[in-house]
Design a protein around this ligand. Sequence first.
Ligand code: ADP
Ligand code: ZN
Length: 726
Amino acid sequence: MISRAKTLLKKIFGYADFRPLQENIISNVLLKKDTLVIMPTGAGKSLCYQIPALIFDGLTIVVSPLISLMNDQVEQLRAWGISAVYLNSSLPKKEYQSTKVRIRRGEVKLLYMAPETLLMPGILTFLQHLTVSCITIDEAHCISEWGHEFRPEYRQLIEIRRQFPKAVCIALTATATPRVQQDIKTSLGFESDNSFIASFNRENLFLQIIPKTDPYFQIIDFLKKYPDQSGIIYCFSRRQVDDLSADLASDGVSVLPYHAGLDDTIRKNNQEAFIRDNVRIIVATIAFGMGINKPNVRFVIHHDLPKNIESYYQQIGRAGRDGLRAHCLLLFSYGDLQKINYFIRQMSGQEKRAAKQQLNALVKFAESRTCRRQRLLSYFGETVSFQKCGMCDNCLGPGKPLEDITAQAQMFLSCVKRTGESFGAGHIIDILRGSECKKVKRFGHDRLSTYGVGEDYSKKAWQHYSRQFIALDLLNQDSEHLTLQLTDKAWQVLKNREPVMGAHIPVAADYSKFNSAEPDYDPELFDILRKKRKELADDADVPPYVIFPDRTLMQMASFYPCTKEALGRIHGVGRVKMESYGSIFIYLINRYCDKKNIPLNRTFQQSEREMRPSRKMRRFFIVGEAYNNGESIAALMERYRVKKTTIIQHLYRYLQSGGMVSINGLIDHSSLNPSDRQRVLEAFHSLGTERLGPVYDALDGEISFDELHLLRIVYLADAMNTVESE
Ligand code: ADP
Ligand code: ZN
């Protein structure tokens, strides 16, 4: 049966291989064993029940808590030619009824439902008369009170399990704590232990954390690296969201805000605009993201510090769901830390303790100098075999050799010691710099031996040093009061046993270190295909990625598939998409290749590398040379089996790329009389040769485009010859 699954993967979805665990999970479900799936966002959970749904005879019910996500899934499935429907309260009554009729007739493979729909009167009775093969519980952590999104309606799910004892159950979630896992299994009555837990390592995300110095400038600078890409910028408060999005918009960035304080329709529209690629960037509070399935988010910026590692992971998880590289940048500042502390102070008891601990862990993570991915994964209980991931700022290194900052460390640490380890960095710096401020005097710290010993360095320099001391584990910082305490390692430094290595001045953040470039593709063709995709998506009223994901377009723009056969081998082109869109894209690719003289007879081979087009093979060059060597246009037409206009276009490209063309034989190909010819040349003179449209119009459409193409070469070649001879 798994071979059937593999055929469907290719035929319906257009994917060549299963992702890790998908195959095992699908086999397990097909054997009718209840299955718990824990995979990070974007890992490909949906296929794990969608493919079995196509293989099973009966209906697959999918319980999903978010109406927006449900819509999205159903739209995608329909674009793949799969009969999927949903029943929820947003459906108009008439449609609700007709959907039920279709389900009853057995015309539907997948039925999506909100959990509260299950509670509606009559729904269980309605389901009773159906053959249900599989029950899928999406976002299964909602069933657990230990999860962070408990939903009481989920408790009802055990009812449909009882009603369909023969149906296999598959529960999916991206939340992984062992306690929640156990809870899901118990609540759903899973007997055997069939859990599949995928790694939380999102290899395609580049992780970077830099000190927040001038956030607006830093963000503008960052955005320059991604001029056409989609991304999310997370801010702490609604006001910051409004301010930042207004500022960016006034600087010409395509951006919209999103937060819970916005009017419902505005919020919905902004989200929709983002999903549909009408706007490039969304500036948002954490309210944004649930139910967003947009695969081509290329960056996530944290303008402010998140509350804990869990939310950081969840938010960066919205980037790169398509598996292509994405950049995650966090701007770290101690000021933000204080803002979060302020909220924690309002809490009490266990909640407060947990929040503090979580915040501390995040700060440690942000300040660390070792591989970020390793720290992140071990936080989630995953053991990793690597020391360096190569996809985080720390792994890529500081780019500059480290310098000896032992002397500065000793001054700072001994000052911390002498003041009883009960002050923050600001006060220590004041003492070191010999400040006359009241606080220093009040504590008598102007009488310490370290008073004024560090006055050669600026306040900024000391702040930079102190951050490094924390990062190097010489100091512990209390996350609430920000007071500093010495670690064992600090004592080693004070006793002169260990040197301290660091940087005297902050190294400017280097966004370019991370190479976001995906395998070589032709950006010009990609752009053409992307525009067409947008048009088709708008016509069909779906988000662009429902037509084709970016990766599909990139492959098209790198392999130039010019036939149905070749297109069928591209990632993400299944049977129905081929029928709906195949010929449109083949036409565009052919036209492009023709215009650019890219050889068409390339066949798709196994290795993508081998498939890279050889851009050196430029036919225009060969044609231009042959023409100059005396071959006639007629002979060239014969040799390449192309029309005269094609040869003329080759010659034009040849000219443009710096070649010279003799005009003697060319004029003979024009059928115009000398005075008309003169009119054309004058029009080129006043309107330029870049675009023929305006020239055609200026001549009242009396001269054909073929003539214009030809005379443009005459005009240009003549101009060049004149320059040469002067
Ligand atoms: P999740 O539900 O785990 O967050 P999805 O099921 O939405 O993730 O899958 C994320 C993306 O990966 C989707 O665009 C999906 O079509 C794609 N995908 C899933 N499985 C494969 C596969 N085997 N090969 C290629 N792409 C896949
Ligand atoms: Zn790393």
